[in-house]
Design a protein. Sequence first.
Length: 247
Amino acid sequence: MQDRIAFVTGGTGGIGSAICKMLVAEGCRVASSYIPVEKDLALKWQAENKAEGIDVFLTEGDVTDAADCERMAQEIEDALGPIDVLVNCAGITRDGTFKKMEREQWYDVIDTNLNSVYNVTRPVINGMLERKFGRVINISSLNGRKGQFGQANYSAAKAGMHGFTMALAQETASKGITVNTISPGYIGTSMVMAIPEDIRNQIIAQIPVGRLGQPDEIASLVAYLASDKGAFITGANIDINGGQHMH
């Protein structure tokens, strides 16, 4: 993947960060987005990575804003070149049982986790079609596969991502573009490790392999799908959850 340009939304998060590092290690030039309120954290993240020899280009923007996404894509293309690999990784949770779920909780999650996939993919897909190469990888979730109590909004958005994957995969398969979904289970990010130990142990007890996944395990799968070796996989939803949900 030498010198291919990759854009990872939500790249400064736990899973996103591992994806950025893995793609850089594979030879990609990588860009990540961050939201304005997280600017200081993003710049610190960028500096820490740079100290380790991992250079990631940062662009500030809101994935829920279509015009902002067009600007970010242009900024990346001006700085690095045409985007070859897009990883839609940005996501939030606003949990609550449906009977108590406010409109804001619903729309915030749908906008950030699902509408963002349209907003970010739309400005880059034409270039991929013209160049007859592209990789679009959507990071969904175990809970988009099986549903989850208190996550009607999140489960709907994450399931919707794969509907998008299957449709776009069919539209672009003959043009050298693959579109796939990855559905991680519980991964040992700082967010999950912050869960109280007793609750974390209850989660682990439900995972047949007996442990949390590691961010690098997700990143390795992304790197494979983004490479030439993954060219025959498209429209797939790949579970990486330690056997917690099988079907």
